[in-house]
Design a protein around this ligand. Structure first.
Ligand SMILES: *[C@@H]1O[C@H](CO)[C@@H](O)[C@H](O)[C@H]1NC(C)=O
Ligand SMILES: *[C@@H]1O[C@H](CO)[C@@H](O)[C@H](O)[C@H]1NC(C)=O
Ligand SMILES: *[C@@H]1O[C@H](CO)[C@@H](O)[C@H](O)[C@H]1NC(C)=O
Ligand SMILES: *[C@@H]1O[C@H](CO)[C@@H](O)[C@H](O)[C@H]1NC(C)=O
Ligand SMILES: *[C@@H]1O[C@H](CO)[C@@H](O)[C@H](O)[C@H]1NC(C)=O
Ligand SMILES: *[C@@H]1O[C@H](CO)[C@@H](O)[C@H](O)[C@H]1NC(C)=O
Ligand SMILES: *[C@@H]1O[C@H](CO)[C@@H](O)[C@H](O)[C@H]1NC(C)=O
Ligand SMILES: *[C@@H]1O[C@H](CO)[C@@H](O)[C@H](O)[C@H]1NC(C)=O
Ligand SMILES: [Zn+2]
Length: 884
């Protein structure tokens, strides 16, 4: 097995000293993301159009995986439970020290953690330590080092601090050890530990030490027989009882034999556990990186062990294999009666490995009996065996949902429903799959509605959310009561029908099965829904080969318990496990080509705003909104009847209505290039999730906010609530509200919060700046907007790069009666905002002024620092505030 490409060997041309005593590190090779799927060319095209010519193979490939150990031997090794009371002292996340976050090793670690959905913090090894204990999130459970150098070269003070932390809280370390790049150094002692590293070793016959407490998912007993044709392994030598080998291998001849080579069959140690009896710290050392698949299992089990079970993965794996397109397929490539027989036999075999296993067949009734006579007999055989399998609806004529309205979709679904009824097909599990993922995400609302109406669908699956790659970041969400689960690909494409034409060759598929991508989907995903197509159960039955092989392989090497439950139960389990996934995150469908292809042609991303006025409330946002509307190239949203004209999409329940609902608020622009759609919702500014959501849907949008003295804002907001008849505001003075203690009634505390919290500008602005670069955020000094709106509007236009440029002198005029600027009407009259705006009320009580000054002081100082850092002008009021 070749782990690394030849070119990577070339990097060893650098001649450098001992890795443990090197100062800087020059190896910052930016290599491709490690686990990047090889499936990057999945055909999107309709399978009718590009199937290869028919050529049947008499003998489908047989699964060739055999375990070294028999079942009895295997049953001796039961998975270890790592939970101990120590886990109560730590949090559920890890700290990763890297030398460069772009190095290959660092990327492997982070993508593994992402895949396992383990929360982590990345830290540069040369820098100061982060806070090791975190009030909200608990202490780090495991510390990971990209390289041993990062650990031993840490400055003394930090090293002592870190070691002490690990000793005090029983926190373990995982340390990756890499070979010296210079071939001269063969051995080296690790400073401070009775441990010797032997560099640049090639190994073979890799096997695990069965007698250690680490194995949970990993099942020892098998051996990786291939020569591991690399000589960049580090193996460990030691002379202390604190060490316990985790894996062994034999020395192998190096890939490039030289005359000095003397054959040597010694056994060496490739991964090592330090039990902590020497210095109180448990450590796991890896003599190579995570490219080697067995290391990924050891890594996961190691995290579980070192975290005392806090970061343990479940052992159950729920598996569902969907066979899409039953009946659908070009004549000559469809299933015959023999294929159906083979499917049933395979299912019986799989039932021994996966409890309750059933192939889940997706049917499109219109195609029934549309093949050759052999294939039509196959169709009949499937129906004869219908009760052996599970079934789900897949659209009568394999229609792509996004192309049709609700009535058409329902008609199609009803036909398929009736087909199922006529043929007694047992469709039971409130599960459906959309052809080509169409309409599921990006959401086509009529599809969800039609599913509900015709089939009462509660679960579906797609590989398109949030997008196809990287596959380990696929997620689920719930929309309109339908649980959308992530789907995995298994390396079989709609058009790959033969093993001898498998893209990249049979070895590619076998590597994926034997520790590669497909194996890893079993390893990392507690819930696995696989997509396959009928064509791969016909012909040389590649799908049967694939699943039987991978499941055998999983059984040989892991303690995973493979099970099948109904899709509905799977959905419930998924969202119990990952409640944070329930809420979808909408994205702009036009950013990804794949999403565009399954999005209705009737919809247009031109109906998404180019900029947002986000508030906060009571800073002059309504005036700004009116002024913007004067501009002929700026188009505002249509008013919402429920929310005082504002759309309020990103901050509340409206978000669940989806982007179709949102886009209905915008006109179709006459010219999408020159027209600027926008909306103003003043409570976006301080909404917890808003910056993240806005960024997902409108990554290029510009953001405008207005800042006034937060004390004035709080008072104005209170007066606004009072004027609107809010009972609490009516019953309590401003002072009582802002100083309400935590013992006050909940409604009073709520009002206090809503009056005070939006004014903590620095907190909210920071959040926006996490998602948007400062050049996309415009901050208006609210005082200037009031005193000189013409100048402000000039700057706003420049910020937006909007044409034509308008001179607002012609459109705004100071109204001495109102005390602020108003629009000039066509009849040359002042048109001021309604009664509610620019209200007059008594000045704030001195005590309140002092209280608020105190309350906001620290935040205002921080705000001014933040603004300076991002090169914003400091608003006049803030300047004044800070100089007082
Ligand atoms: C191991 O350490 C012990 C005690 O320090 C010593 O007596 C012994 O010689 C060492 N063995 C080897 C093989 O280095
Ligand atoms: C190494 O092992 C092979 C196969 O087991 C054996 O033929 C050979 O003699 C061994 N060599 C040494 C040096 O022990
Ligand atoms: C798109 O618009 C056309 C014309 O209004 C309509 O006939 C068709 O049903 C619409 N398609 C969808 C998917 O709504
Ligand atoms: C839209 O506006 C752009 C920029 O002003 C201009 O170049 C383009 O010709 C306009 N397109 C149409 C169809 O008017
Ligand atoms: C406000 O005060 C009035 C009069 O005392 C009382 O009837 C009402 O229940 C109070 N409202 C609230 C929400 O406390
Ligand atoms: C008010 O805000 C504080 C700080 O964010 C929060 O802890 C508290 O739960 C909030 N109270 C209410 C009633 O919303
Ligand atoms: C519009 O009104 C202003 C002030 O009322 C006046 O100075 C100006 O001449 C008027 N303009 C026109 C075109 O009537
Ligand atoms: C301001 O309000 C507080 C609390 O209601 C009150 O005790 C104080 O007398 C008021 N001060 C002035 C100057 O009105
Ligand atoms: Zn299909």
């Amino acid at each position: 097995m070749m782990f690394k490409r030849f070119w990577e060997r070339l990097k060893t041309n650098y001649l450098r000293g001992s890795p443990l005593h090197r100062v800087g590190r020059t190896k910052t090779l930016v290599s491709a993301v490690v686990c990047l799927s090889f499936l990057s060319f999945i055909a999107f095209s309709y399978h009718f159009l590009n199937s290869s010519p028919v050529h049947r193979i008499a003998n489908p490939p047989e699964p060739a995986i055999t375990c070294r150990m028999n079942n009895l031997q295997k049953s001796m090794f039961t998975p270890k439970d790592h939970t101990s009371k120590e886990r109560l002292h730590i949090g559920a996340r890890v700290l990763v020290f890297v030398e460069s976050q772009y190095s290959k090793a660092a990327k492997q670690i982070t993508s593994s953690l992402q895949y396992a959905r383990i929360d982590y913090k990345l830290e540069n090894a040369g820098h100061n330590l982060p806070t090791l204990t975190h009030a909200d999130k608990g202490r780090f459970a495991v510390i990971i080092f990209e390289s041993l150098e990062a650990y031993v070269n840490m400055d003394n003070w930090n090293r002592q601090l870190l070691d002490k932390y690990c000793q005090d809280y029983k926190v373990g370390m995982i340390i990756f050890v890499h070979s010296a790049d210079e071939y001269g150094i063969e051995k080296e002692k690790v400073p401070g530990l009775p441990l010797i590293l032997r560099y640049n070793v090639a190994v073979k016959d890799y096997r695990l030490n069965a007698f250690t407490d680490i194995w949970r998912i990993t099942k020892p007993g098998e051996t990786v027989l291939d020569n591991i044709e690399e000589d960049d392994w580090v193996v460990f030598e030691y002379n202390h009882s604190t060490y316990e080998p985790l894996s062994y291998a034999k020395l192998a001849p190096p890939p490039y034999l030289n005359s000095r080579y003397i054959p040597d069959n010694s056994t060496v140690v490739c991964a090592l556990l330090d039990r902590g009896t020497l210095d109180g710290i448990q450590r796991i050392f890896f003599g190579n990186d995570l490219s080697f698949w067995v290391h990924q299992m050891i890594f996961i089990d190691g995290i579980s062990y070192l975290s005392h079970g806090k970061l343990s993965f479940p052992l159950e794996r729920y598996i569902l294999v969907d066979v899409d397109d039953i009946f659908v397929g070009i004549t000559g490539t469809r299933m015959t009666a023999d294929d159906v027989e083979a499917l049933a036999k395979s299912q019986e075999r799989l039932q021994k490995e996966v409890s309750n296993f059933h192939f889940n067949l997706g049917f499109s009734g219109w195609f029934y009996q549309h093949g050759t006579s052999l294939e039509n007999a196959g169709d009949q055989k499937i129906l004869e065996y219908r009760n052996k399998f599970w079934w789900f609806g897949h659209m009568w004529r394999h229609e792509q949902g996004h192309k049709f309205d609700q009535a058409k979709l329902e008609t199609s679904m009803i036909k398929n429903y009736q087909f199922a009824k006529e043929h007694n097909i047992p469709v039971m599990h409130q599960y459906a799959v959309a052809p080509h993922h169409s309409g599921v995400y990006p959401v086509h609302e009529p599809l969800y509605q039609a599913w509900k109406n015709v089939w009462d669908i509660r679960v579906t699956s797609t590989e398109e959310y949030p997008r196809l790659y990287p596959s380990w970041k696929r997620r689920g969400f719930i929309h309109k009561g339908v649980m959308v689960l992530p789907r995995q690909t298994c390396g079989l494409f709609t058009k790959t029908l033969y093993i001898d034409t498998y893209p990249g060759g049979r070895k590619k598929l076998d590597d994926s099965i034997q520790g590669g991508e497909l194996f890893k989907t079993f390893l990392y995903n507690p819930i696995n829904i696989y997509m396959t197509h009928m064509g791969n159960y016909a012909n040389d039955r590649l799908a049967l080969y694939t699943f039987e092989s991978v499941i055998k392989f999983v059984k040989c090497w892991t303690n995973l318990q493979l099970k099948q439950v109904t899709p509905l139960e799977m959905g419930i389990k998924y969202f119990e496990m990952y409640p944070e996934d329930k809420e979808p995150v909408w994205q702009d469908p036009c950013v990804y080509k794949r999403h565009m292809q399954i999005w209705s042609a009737n919809k247009s991303c031109d109906r998404l705003p180019k900029f947002l006025v986000v508030g906060p409330q009571k800073t002059g946002t309504t005036a700004l909104y009116k002024f913007l509307q004067i501009h002929p190239a700026i188009l505002a949203n249509y008013n919402s009847p429920d929310t005082f004209e504002e759309v309020q999409f990103f901050n509340g329940n409206n978000y669940h209505k989806g982007i179709d609902w949102y886009m209905e608020f915008f006109p179709v622009p006459g010219n999408a290039t020159s027209d600027f759609l926008f909306e103003k919702s003043a409570n976006y500014f301080d909404g917890e999730l808003v910056p993240y959501r806005v960024h997902s849907l409108l990554p290029k949008a510009k953001i405008i906010c207005i800042l006034i003295d937060p004390a004035k804002r709080a008072y104005s907001w209170y007066q606004h609530m009072k004027a609107r008849g809010d009972q609490i505001a009516g019953n309590y003075t401003f002072h009582e509200i802002i100083t309400a203690p935590d013992s006050a009634p909940r409604k009073v505390r709520e009002l206090r919060n809503r009056s005070l919290i939006p004014g903590i500008y620095v907190q909210h602005l920071q959040k926006w700046l996490e998602f948007f670069p400062s050049r996309q955020i415009f901050i208006i000094d609210g005082g200037r907007l009031k005193s000189n709106p013409v100048a402000v509007m000039h700057n706003v236009q420049r910020f937006l790069h909007i044409e034509p440029h308008y001179d607002y002198n012609d459109y705004l005029r100071f109204d001495p009666k109102k005390g602020f600027f108003c629009q000039v009407s066509s009849a040359n009259k002042s048109e001021c905002l309604g009664r509610g705006k620019g209200r007059h009320y008594p000045p704030m009580n001195e005590t309140s002024v002092e209280f608020l000054e105190q309350f906001y002081r620290k935040n205002n100082v921080a705000l001014s620092k933040l603004l300076s850092k991002h090169k914003y002008r400091i608003p006049d009021w803030l300047e004044k505030e800070l100089s007082d």
